[in-house]
Design a protein around this ligand. Structure first.
Ligand SMILES: *[C@@H]1O[C@H](CO)[C@@H](O)[C@H](O)[C@H]1NC(C)=O
Ligand SMILES: *[C@@H]1O[C@H](CO)[C@@H](O)[C@H](O)[C@H]1NC(C)=O
Ligand SMILES: *[C@@H]1O[C@H](CO)[C@@H](O)[C@H](O)[C@H]1NC(C)=O
Length: 466
């Protein structure tokens, strides 16, 4: 009897200890949030994840459910870039030289910092060095040091974004030599060591070296490192590359902007960009389609009802992966080697299911993780980053627009969030009105503010329906 009672007491104690533990774990996030003031249009709900529009989450990376949280912005995080001195010995290498010579990437191992430099192989190799003043206040996961690449601009546009940005509030944080795309030359053991510190879209953490090598080494054509690989064929004497960047926002419903959008040299789209039936408002061309494997697959599931069948396909369409998982490297590898996906969520899938029959290497590009980390750190450093360090990233649409800002001479943005977003449905293709939903892995409020400031600075022309 006594033994039995002791057993029961023991079991009860264990159970209550477990309960306390579970309570503590669950309370951790809400408790810390309760310290910040609440504001009600910021809601993140796991129940809404499945219909998340722009950015469906992996089930594994869902934020805690039913949390109301507030993001205290001071518009753009005014981050002390002044403390960082980028001393760049600019190496003046002529356009032709760089085009003909492969970039050589190497890393200094003399200290623990990310000191990287690049030199161009060829007659006049001048190393370009980046050094960084020690930054005492930043946690190491930020990693605000990047590779620098001397890729020549594709045009000599006299009043393009890259020449005007220095006179704006964005001049200081804007890196003209940031690699926007990653390709064969970037995959070295040194770069792997440097980038594997950062997980998700911000580095190579969690992707094994062999997969990286097998994928990136195939990306060795100039189209893999040039955003506008067919520019020579289409420039028709224009010195400036004009891009239309089309988000999926409800503001495009009835906009009649289709013809204007298609009139640009290049047209960027992302995720569930439904075109059929919406040509009058959003145009019909797509030259650059930005996606991650996860957002593409989720878009195909979530927007099938609106008519979304997969990425747009046309002769001029290029596919730009935003890799945030090894799924992306595996699908890319399958696409460019004309094989089926070897493992993971897309195992045995035929890439032509997504990209059509023409799987030539020139059709594929991949954002460099340094570029994504740079965008996060310098343009969209949200307070959410602290709480959701492993899942927070700029939205796919934001990466697309900021990539255009770093590569086009002129950018017109359509279908991006505006201060009056409550007047519109979440997407232009919604069958019935849906309010915009906010999620913990992005900070769309901060993005909205960034678009306003870029517009005010004259760096983009944002469609605002007025
Ligand atoms: C580019 O990749 C292809 C396919 O992997 C390979 O056959 C070719 O030799 C590579 N070219 C260069 C310059 O590395
Ligand atoms: C698009 O605009 C039409 C006409 O203004 C309106 O009836 C419709 O509800 C809108 N669609 C959405 C999804 O808001
Ligand atoms: C999803 O969010 C919308 C508002 O954005 C809300 O009206 C709807 O009830 C939510 N759905 C679920 C299942 O919670």
């Amino acid at each position: 009897m006594a033994l039995q009672r002791r057993l029961v007491v023991g079991v009860l104690t264990v159970i209550s200890l477990l309960c306390v533990y579970i309570l503590c774990v669950n309370l951790e996030v809400p408790l810390s949030w309760s310290l910040t003031p609440l504001k009600h249009d910021y809601t993140a709900g796991a129940s809404n994840v499945s219909r998340d529009s722009e950015e469906p989450l992996d089930s594994a990376t869902r934020p805690p459910s039913a949390l109301h949280f507030h993001i205290e912005h001071q518009v753009l995080h005014e981050h002390t870039h002044a403390t960082q001195t980028l001393k760049t010995q600019t190496s003046k290498v002529s356009k032709q030289k760089v085009e003909n010579n492969v970039l050589d990437v190497s890393k200094s191992s003399s200290d623990g910092l990310d000191k990287t430099w690049i030199s161009t192989k060829g007659p006049t190799p001048k190393p370009q060095r980046i050094t960084q003043a020690a930054r005492t206040t930043e946690p190491s996961y930020i990693g605000d040091t990047y590779m620098s690449e001397d890729v020549p601009p594709q045009t000599d546009c006299p009043d393009g974004i890259q020449s005007r940005v220095t006179q704006t509030e964005f001049g200081e944080r804007f890196l003209k030599n940031i690699p926007v795309l990653q390709w064969a030359k970037h995959v070295t053991p040194e770069q792997h060591q440097r980038l594997s510190r950062y997980p998700g879209a911000h580095g190579w953490g969690g992707v094994d070296y062999e997969t990286l090598v097998e994928t990136l080494s195939v990306l060795n054509s100039s189209a893999n490192w040039q955003m506008f690989d067919d520019w020579k064929d289409r420039s028709s004497k224009s010195e400036c590359i004009r891009c239309a960047v089309v988000g999926n926002g409800g503001i495009l419903n009835n906009s009649k902007k289709g013809e204007e959008i298609d009139g640009h040299h290049y047209v960027f789209r992302t995720n569930g960009a439904v075109i059929k039936g919406f040509e009058k408002d959003v145009g019909s061309r797509t030259t650059h389609y930005t996606f991650s494997t996860n957002t593409m697959v989720n878009s195909m599931r979530s927007y099938a009802g609106a008519g979304y069948r997969g990425p747009p396909q046309s002769k001029e369409t290029r596919y730009i992966f935003l890799p945030d998982h090894d799924r992306d490297y595996l699908l890319m590898k399958a696409a460019v080697t004309h094989t089926r996906v070897e493992r993971g969520s897309e195992q045995k899938k035929d890439p032509s299911k997504y990209f059509g029959e023409d799987l030539s290497i020139e059709k594929f590009k991949m954002y460099h993780p340094d570029f994504i980390r740079y965008l996060r750190n310098r343009f969209l450093r949200s307070p959410s980053l602290k709480k959701f360090r492993n899942i927070y990233r700029p939205t796919t649409g934001a990466v697309m627009l900021l990539a255009a800002l770093h590569t086009c001479s002129k950018v017109s943005a359509y279908g991006f969030m505006t201060p009056d977003y409550k007047s519109y449905s979440d997407h232009y293709f919604d069958i019935k009105h849906h309010p915009v939903a906010f999620f913990a892995n992005h900070d769309m409020r901060m993005e909205l503010t960034l678009w306003q400031r870029l517009h005010q600075a004259g760096l983009i022309q944002l469609y605002m329906h007025k």
